[in-house]
Design a protein around this ligand. Sequence first.
Ligand code: ATR
Length: 269
Amino acid sequence: MGWPVVHSRSPGIHGYWLRKYGIDGTYIPLPVRPEQFAAALKAIPMLGFAGVNVTVPHKEAALRAVDRSDPAARRIGAVNTIVVATDGSLEGHNTDGFGFMENLRASVPDWSAKGGPAAVIGAGGAARAIVVALLDGGAPEIRIVNRTPERAQRLREDIGGSLHIYDWVDRASVLADAAVLVNTTTLGMSGQPPLDLTLDRLPKTAVVNDIVYSPLETPLLRAARVRGNRVVDGLGMLLHQARPGFAGWFGIEPEVTPELRRFVLESPG
Ligand code: ATR
């Protein structure tokens, strides 16, 4: 459920897995207006659905509308995956942080959040999930830079932990001795300006991750790769965040494979 939902990649991902695992099911996009979201969600069990993903702009409303939610969803303040329980009640989860962490684990197996400070650009919904995942993964310190500092302050008040907020003009200096740099903003996406960030202070050992996946190699990832950093693109987070939903609805742990990546990249988005 989203508004709009036409560009969602999720029907492609779940459709691929349904075919791969021979499950007689379907995953369909449901465009739902914000003012009708609560009523539409309530009808999901009655319509026979096993569950639903929720995307922009419904993720916060979904947290309020479900019967139960997991601790990650409550800390992030948003639900993206809902499972219909056997008694017809709605369980809300947030799998974005899981997707972020699993993508890094799969792409750079020797990397650990414990290895040093994390620099996070942005303070929106994606940043919240990523900050919670980094804290839970043991990051000793998280430095957040956001164009609008009040939004970063709000994030810190809501989530707590070792979070330090820096001004947008200081974004290059927060990279000193960082073990990971993550862009959670839309900068670098096709049609958007690139993220204007000087990487000189970033250690060559740091991993650089962009959650933007269109293009797959953003200007940030290109610059990081050219100077010798290990880079992780954003498509993996999208694929890995879909795993818990599929497992909850259909009882099978689906795999993220190179074939799935290719399939999603080649599908019209
Ligand atoms: P999402 O839920 O995907 O994280 P979002 O909540 O709209 O999306 O957050 C978008 C992020 O990109 C925010 O951190 C936003 O910064 P502001 O809080 O200042 O709006 C950031 N962003 C978007 N366009 C930007 C730009 N031109 N310059 C700097 N930051 C930008």
